[in-house]
Design a protein around this ligand. Structure first.
Ligand code: SIN
Length: 308
């Protein structure tokens, strides 16, 4: 089965890749992604300075998914700028994920990272886990300022990783804004921010940062992710490729993302829980679903969700 896909003119050998944050901080992790069946290497969202991130425990897996408050642990953008040319030798696209602690950090990082020529740059406007820093993606004016600062600094396609929205008015406002900023692709969604998981036996929260509040991922967020993929697919149609992220645990989940309009999917929780072998399993499962339903490629089923 052909599971290749194209996003903003870049061809990916497989439609499955890691979500920024999952097994992609260090050189070793990034090289392991290069050797794996993943369709791309996505870096951890990088900041100006290297960061250890938030205090541990900061990740907790449970039956419904996961909660994390990693706090952007990363090597700092200069280290990733050095690594990217080496990662490109694995022969699959490299996506550099760019974050920032201030609005001006984003263009600074993007400009230097662009020199390293990743295949795409993803601007992360949606990390919920930095104490005292609200998610930029919930502020359309701030989002527009950041994207308009980054766009002229880079020559590769620019994507945006957004938080989940829960009202059509927000899809409308953000879609209209994104249409003004030269955005080439969307990644929907980041974790569902500031959830709270409770351990009733110990009568405690399960992660240390922010009093236990953290980003939810995995199985329980799939309907939220699908809704955002669908809403933005309907807003932009074919002119805006979408990476669907959220709740992809098996090949059937990926198929649902494609029906809603995604062109590729990223996996976070399942990768952390299962390791790199998850990619081969997901590819086999999606191939079986497509075959059973008579589709020959992702393009054949993309966006074809029927309404009642
Ligand atoms: C984190 O490092 O806290 C997660 C990154 C993100 O949600 O963008």
């Amino acid at each position: 089965m052909n599971l290749s896909t194209t996003i903003a003119g870049v061809t990916f050998p497989s439609c499955f890749m890691n979500a920024a944050g999952a097994l992609c901080v260090t050189r070793e992790e990034l090289e392991a992604l290069g050797r794996s069946a993943a369709g791309a290497i996505v870096t951890k969202s990088m900041t100006i300075e290297a960061r250890h991130g938030n205090p541990e425990p900061r990740y907790y897996g449970f039956s419904g998914g996961s909660i994390n408050s990693m706090g952007l642990p990363n090597l700092g953008y200069r280290a990733y700028a050095e690594l990217i040319p080496q990662l490109k030798r694995f022969g699959k696209p490299v996506i550099a994920s760019v974050a920032g602690l201030t609005e001006d950090d984003f263009p600074t990082i993007a400009e230097l990272i662009n020199v390293a020529q990743p295949d795409l740059i993803e601007v992360n406007l949606s990390c919920p886990n930095i104490p005292g820093k609200p998610q930029i993606g919930y502020d359309p004016d701030a989002s527009e300022r950041v994207l308009k600062k980054v766009r002229p600094k880079i020559t590769v396609p620019m994507g945006v990783k957004l938080p989940p929205y829960f009202d059509p008015a927000h899809h409308q406002v953000m879609g209209t804004m994104l249409g003004r900023c030269g955005v080439d692709f969307l990644n929907l969604i980041n974790s569902v921010g500031n959830g709270l998981v409770v351990d009733p036996e110990r009568e405690t929260v399960v992660i240390k940062p922010k009093g236990g509040f953290g980003g939810l991922g995995g199985r329980l967020i799939k309907p939220v992710a699908l809704a955002n993929v669908r809403a933005f697919y309907k807003f932009f149609g074919e002119r805006m490729p979408i990476i669907g992220t959220g709740g992809v645990i098996d090949g059937g989940d990926a198929f649902e993302h494609f029906l809603c309009g995604a062109s590729a999917v990223q996996v976070g929780t399942v990768l952390v829980e299962e390791g790199l072998d998850a990619f081969q399993r997901l590819e086999a499962e999606l191939g079986a679903v497509l075959h059973r339903k008579g589709y020959r490629s992702i393009q054949d089923c993309r966006g074809r969700l029927k309404e009642l």
